[in-house]
Design a protein around this ligand. Structure first.
Ligand code: MG
Length: 158
């Protein structure tokens, strides 16, 4: 049996926060606002794997109202979700992602992000891909006020 999963997230970009994608920090004047560390890509991936397994979503498992997740490392949240997915008998086959932001440029750190996600999700880095897009100067993403991420994944159970 195979199943696909989809995750999507958007965070505001503000001064005084770190800019994180898949556990990799970028030099940036602005970073992601969030209850956790704000890692928008980690959040999209978490929702993709949970959704594919039918296990709920990030908001249900790590409620923003719960002080326990304040400034939480989103890669640890992703790992926690992945453990649940594995416990349900699923194996992750591959992951494909898109990050939309005006800056910083994703490309110089793309392979670091792939390696970071692959390590956390016990995948070969070749099974993880991340693409960077801009907002073409339009809307909150194009104006540099937000970053968005989308992720799709495939799960397999024998
Ligand atoms: Mg989020």
């Amino acid at each position: 049996m195979i199943r696909v999963g989809l995750g999507e997230d958007l965070h505001r970009l503000v001064r005084g926060r770190r800019f994180l994608l898949g556990g990799v920090e970028f030099p940036s004047r602005r970073g992601e606002l969030g209850h956790s560390d704000g890692d928008v890509l980690a959040h999209a991936v978490t929702d993709a794997i949970l959704g594919a397994a039918g296990l709920g979503d990030m908001g249900a498992i790590f409620p923003p109202a719960d002080a326990a997740w304040k400034d939480a490392d989103s890669m640890i949240l992703l790992r926690t979700a992945f453990e649940r997915v594995k416990k349900s008998g699923w194996r992750l086959v591959n992951l494909d992602c898109v990050v939309s932001c005006e800056k910083p440029k994703l490309l110089p750190r793309r392979d670091l992000i792939r390696a970071s996600l692959a390590r956390t999700l016990e995948l070969d880095p070749a099974a993880v891909f991340v693409k960077g897009k801009t907002g073409e100067g339009l809307g909150p993403i194009g104006k540099g006020r937000a970053v968005a991420a989308r992720a799709v994944c495939l799960l397999e159970k024998s």
